[in-house]
Design a protein around this ligand. Structure first.
Ligand code: NCD
Length: 306
């Protein structure tokens, strides 16, 4: 296929290309019906080797809303991976069936291997603790829609910054915009990986690392909460010790700016108290809605459909 393009990392798209993508997502938000036949006859394959609810259903809904169809698997045990088939072979087969593929895999880099063998666009829907570019597109579109721009704000990222791939992808993506200040809030065992802080230092982007959420709360324009990534811990004891480290509740929110938005990639475990769900600053369910628009825009873009 000519102009075959994949999405592995949020930086695969230039800032200008992302603007176009977000503008298209905005058009879709305003007129969903107008896009309902854009993918007539097209097929999306979702190959999920790791659990997911939102991301897979969001991709499938995106394709269905565009008029296309979906196939795939939601569990590696029901695919030929259980018989020992490689990702490289699976994607060659999927390339014969579908027009585009979204892949999630517990191994870092697996979707890149698939992309190198595919004859259809492959989208990384999360690879291990590495990247989650479509969650990042979702986060960027949400910030842009709520704040009006993608520059000049302070964002706090809180929780499991070590294993949280959405955090890694988002910091990477935001490092290209002006006037962003990062505050990383985590216990010392779950600090953001060195390769990320190193990248920020090289680009002269300001960041701070703190343990206590309360002390920096008043400075934030966005608070990005994350769950402790149980499945990536090597031992259960550490997980149990760290899982209740941060619980955002009304008391802590009283310290926040009146217009500070709370984001979360979801699923939430207990890190945001449900008592905050009706707070107008709680934006995590709106984020899911933006995720649908941006995935629709992404499918159209990668399939070169106008
Ligand atoms: C995230 C993921 O899978 O990394 N979920 C999602 O896709 N929205 C976050 C998480 O699992 O904690």
């Amino acid at each position: 296929m000519e102009n075959l393009r994949h999405l592995m990392n949020p930086l695969d798209f230039s800032v200008e290309e992302l603007e176009d993508l977000f503008d298209l997502a905005g058009e879709i938000e305003r007129d969903m019906e107008g896009f309902s036949h854009k993918c007539d006859g097209k097929i999306l394959a979702t190959c999920f080797y790791e659990p997911s609810t939102r991301t897979r259903l969001s991709f499938e809904t995106a394709m269905l809303r565009l008029g296309g169809k979906c196939l795939g698997f939601a569990d590696a045990t029901s695919s030929s991976a259980a018989k020992g088939e490689s990702v490289a072979d699976t994607i060659r087969v999927i390339s014969c069936f579908a027009d585009i593929c979204a892949m999630r895999h517990p191994k870092e880099g697996a979707p890149m291997v698939a992309a190198s063998r595919a004859t259809i666009p492959v989208i990384n829907a999360g690879d291990g603790g590495h990247q989650h570019p479509t969650q990042t597109l979702t986060d960027l579109l949400t910030i842009r829609s709520l704040y009006g721009k993608l520059s000049n704000f302070t964002i706090g990222l809180c929780g499991d910054l070590k294993f949280g791939r959405t955090v890694h992808s988002l910091i990477n993506a935001l490092s290209r915009y002006e006037g962003i200040r990062f505050i990383f809030i985590s216990p010392k065992e779950l600090r953001v990986p060195d390769y990320i802080t190193e990248m920020l230092r090289q680009k002269n982007i300001p960041y701070e690392e703190v343990i206590k959420l309360e002390e920096i709360m008043p400075q934030l324009d966005f608070l990005y909460m994350t769950r402790v990534q149980k499945e990536r811990f090597f031992n259960e004891e550490d997980y149990i010790r760290l899982r209740n480290f941060y619980i955002l509740d009304k008391e802590k929110m009283a310290l926040a700016k009146e217009k500070m938005f709370i984001l979360h990639p979801l699923p939430r475990v207990n890190e945001i108290s449900v008592e905050l769900d009706d707070d107008p600053r709680a934006a995590y369910f709106r984020q899911v809605q933006y995720g649908l628009y941006v995935r629709m825009a992404l499918i159209l873009t990668l399939l070169h459909i106008q």
